[in-house]
Design a protein around this ligand. Structure first.
Ligand SMILES: Nc1nc2c(ncn2[C@@H]2O[C@H](COP(=O)(O)OP(=O)(O)OP(=O)(O)O)[C@@H](O)[C@H]2O)c(=O)[nH]1
Ligand SMILES: [Mg+2]
Length: 457
């Protein structure tokens, strides 16, 4: 079920590493535009080459300064680098963007570096998604290393870093940051700890207290023991050793990397699934303003959230069940048309439409609308017509029934998955631009079943 669309010009330019295309792609993703989703679909199979480095820590601990130094060191070692700086605290201040400009100066003119701030634009929970997808864009653009820098506050930000291929936690001496970090839940995600601003008082004490905290976890045998490194990002001291430590972790943890990448994939699917389902509910299931009315009822204690949610899910599924297959018409093989008309029109009172000839099949069909479905009286017009043969073999009566489906390929795939015997594995052209396929009677309890996807799908 590979469904990779042909690469658009934007996707092609991203794959070539064009910085303007990368910037455009990330903007589309941030703004949650359909073109952003289309881009991800087109580039996804080209991703997986980049090593994703998460850097988190308290505000002002020197993450950005450190990332600049790391970038320079990686460049010196011949690797290309993409940086995403997540700034959830001040999405509208513009400070982050200004910071980018200053930071870009250091790597100005270096096509091997791309730096970008991610703003939330008020999307609840959208930050993790947007950051993850922006990382995919940088990955597809051929960056060897993709860094995600985020302040370690809020579950979203922590999650972004937790599922990176490696998580680096930055701390600073002497301000009780260790304790803050613990509270924020970032201590347990560190694969490497960095005590930055090592030029300050108390760096060794901070190293010692992190060490003490880690030893409480009593690592078993050969498990990775997170190193605690001292850096002075402003001068670049210790950065070389940090890059070495990242490389060592990477070499030792191919298995961890595979597991984290699976987790990322799983989150992505879950998130998209819930987004898509909610959108479906809003667009197709709820009436305009209905949700507000339901919320009013909950607020007034006339209903409860569980009942409301269950009811909406039920309606959504119900809707799809109806959409999946509805009776379109029943085909009846007729040996004496005058008698059939006398019964269905004169006695029952239905209207009979003008006949239609299906020349290729030597069949003449008389449509008889009956409520939301119809009858189709079928005559054979030649000895080798399937209807003539059917009549000779079984006599007049029910010939087939036709179910209308919104997506015939999906319906066939579903039937196949259930082991149903199909006459047509592939849909073929039917009347009036429809597409049809037959299910074998042996799988449908003796009835020939036709699936029909109408032309106006
Ligand atoms: N003394 C000293 N100052 C440093 C060091 N590293 C960074 N700084 C300074 O600390 C301040 C904050 O640095 P940033 O790199 O912006 O810190 P950050 O963690 O990215 O900050 P936020 O993104 O706002 O959370 C700046 O003024 C840096 O110059 C260091 O090693 N020693
Ligand atoms: Mg920063």
């Amino acid at each position: 079920m590979t469904n990779t669309a042909a690469a658009s010009p934007l996707a092609q330019r991203v794959l070539q590493g064009d910085p303007r295309a990368i910037a455009r792609g990330i903007s589309l993703i941030e703004d949650d535009r359909p073109e952003g989703a289309a881009l991800i679909r087109q580039i996804f199979q080209k991703t997986g080459g980049a090593y994703l480095v998460g850097i988190t820590g308290p505000p002002g601990s020197g993450k950005s300064t450190l990332v600049d130094r790391l970038t320079a060191e990686w460049r010196r070692r011949g690797r290309t680098v993409g940086v995403l700086a997540v700034d959830p605290t001040s999405p509208f201040s513009g400070g982050a963007i200004l910071g980018d400009r200053v930071r870009m100066q250091m790597h100005a003119g270096d096509a091997g570096v791309f730096i970008r701030s991610m703003a939330t634009r008020g999307h609840l929970g959208g930050l993790a998604r947007a950051t993850g997808e922006a990382a995919l864009v940088l990955d597809a653009s051929g960056k060897d290393i993709v860094v995600i820098e985020t302040v370690g506050v809020g579950q979203d930000e922590v999650d972004v870093v937790r599922t990176a291929d490696i998580s680096v936690v930055t701390l600073v001496p002497g301000t009780g940051d260790e304790v803050q970090a613990l509270k924020a839940g970032i201590m347990e995600i560190g694969d490497i700890f960095v005590v930055n601003k090592a030029d300050r008082e108390g760096a060794d004490r901070t190293v010692a207290s992190v060490e003490a905290m880690l030893s409480l976890e009593s690592p078993a045998g050969d498990r990775w023991r997170p190193p605690i490194l001292k850096t002075e990002a402003t001068r670049g001291a210790g950065v070389d050793a940090l890059v070495d430590a990242v490389d060592r972790f990477r070499a030792a943890h191919a298995d961890v990397q595979g597991q984290r990448r699976r987790t990322r994939a799983q989150w992505r699917v879950r998130e998209l699934l819930s987004d898509r389902f909610l959108a479906h509910v809003h667009e197709r299931v709820l009436e305009p303003g209905e949700l507000e009315r339901l919320v009013d009822r909950i607020a007034a204690r006339e209903s409860d959230p569980y009942s409301v949610a269950d009811d909406i899910v039920h309606r959504a599924l119900q809707r799809d069940a109806h959409g999946a297959a509805a009776l379109d018409h029943v085909g009846i093989a007729v040996s004496n048309l005058d008698e059939a008309i006398a019964f269905y029109r004169d006695a029952v009172g239905l209207e009979i439409e003008a006949p239609e000839d299906v020349v290729s099949q030597a069949v003449r069909a008389h449509f008889v609308p009956a409520g939301s479905a119809a009858l189709e009286l079928l005559e054979g017009t030649a000895p080798d017509s399937p209807i003539t043969k059917y009549l000779a073999r079984r006599g007049p009566g029910l010939h087939h029934l036709t179910l209308r489906v919104p997506d015939i390929r999906a319906a066939l795939a579903r039937l196949k998955a259930h082991g149903v015997r199909l006459i047509d594995e592939e849909p073929r052209p039917g009347a009036h631009g429809s597409r049809v396929a037959f299910v074998h009677p042996s799988s449908a309890h003796g009835v020939l079943v036709e699936l029909k996807e109408p032309a106006d799908r």
